[in-house]
Design a protein around this ligand. Structure first.
Ligand code: ATP
Length: 299
């Protein structure tokens, strides 16, 4: 089985500042990290580090940043299918980090918003029935809907993470098999939390619903059962990327065992997410391939 993650890629530039610039001000800062980011890329990197054959389909511009993105992706055990968009800028995040560790982030989405479903269709031509199609909330409404439809047409299993939150997500449920969402997303999209949110989504035809509950762990619900798994204990340093780690490891755990999401997949996911929250950063905080290999071998 192969996972196709269709989503965004960004270059994340961190600048360390004493305070945020006020309107009209010009301030000095220090260069911090220069990282690869974007939810699509985060999820693809973790899935690939789990040893699952993974293809990342992501849009870039034809600019200098695209070359950096290509170069950085070569360090990961991924197949990369970048769609180069003529005249567009590659997406980037500028992260202002304050001395107390708080962040203020500005992200551009020109590439993500201009990825077309026809460009993605060409990249999915080798997909087999049963392969995973994994999407998040950064692409345009129309492209997200069409790509989910194409994936269904290819008899792929569709998994969706409705983040960053957009109002149109509730239109997509009929095209989604598996959803992963946190408590805020569940409340916004279903008007409910916990088991009531899961029931709302199952009634709309989803096969598996996974609600992540931060330090409370997670719930997996389907037509047969509801399984609650507590979070794995962690000394929390930075929770950024916890949700991406969790989703990718849960999907990879079940895909590697050729089964549907189950308790073991969620147990693997909470352990992996506990590693991510115990380290600073996003991709630099993700578990490594050897860590994931050891974790996924746990019974
Ligand atoms: P983020 O946006 O920060 O990436 P999220 O909001 O999508 O995360 P959460 O529900 O906050 O998702 O966290 C995902 C998973 O990470 C949780 O289900 C849990 O397993 C783990 N996790 C999050 N916070 C903690 C914590 N304080 N201690 C241990 N595990 C945690």
């Amino acid at each position: 089985m192969r996972a196709y993650v269709i989503g965004n890629v960004t270059i994340d530039e961190t600048i360390i500042v004493d305070s945020l610039p006020a309107s009209g001000a010009s301030i000095l800062g220090e260069v911090g990290a220069h990282d690869l980011g974007g939810k699509g890329t985060n999820q693809a990197v973790v899935m690939a580090r789990c040893g699952l054959p993974t293809t990342l389909v992501a849009p870039v511009g034809n600019d200098a940043r695209a070359a950096v993105i290509r170069q950085r992706l070569q360090d990961e055990p991924l197949t990369t299918e970048l769609v180069e968009l003529d005249g567009k800028s590659s997406d980037t995040s500028i992260i202002f980090r304050l001395p107390d560790g708080e962040n203020a982030i500005v992200t551009t989405t020109e590439s993500a918003q201009n990825l077309s479903s026809s460009a993605v269709a060409a990249k999915l031509s080798a997909a087999q029935p049963g392969d995973l199609a994994i999407l998040q909330g950064n692409l345009s409404h129309q492209a997200t809907r069409e790509i989910l439809r194409q994936a269904r047409g290819l008899q792929m299993v569709t998994a969706f993470n409705p983040s960053p939150l957009r109002p149109y997500f509730a239109d997509l449920w009929a095209l989604v098999d598996i959803v992963f969402l946190n408590q805020g997303e569940a409340a916004a999209l279903t008007g409910a939390t916990g088991n009531a949110a899961a029931s709302h989504l199952l009634e709309r035809g989803l096969r598996d619903v996974v609600l992540t509950l931060g330090r409370e762990g997670a719930i997996l619900a389907n037509q047969r059962e509801t399984i609650a798994v507590p979070a794995h204990p962690a000394i929390v340093v930075d929770t950024t990327g916890a949700g991406d780690t969790f989703m990718s490891v849960a999907l990879a755990s079940s895909a590697r065992r050729n089964c549907r999401l189950d308790r073991l997949a969620i147990e693997h996911a909470v352990r992996a997410a506990a590693i991510t929250v115990s380290r600073r950063g996003t991709q630099s905080a993700f578990p490594t391939s050897p860590e994931l290999e050891a974790l996924l071998a746990l019974p």
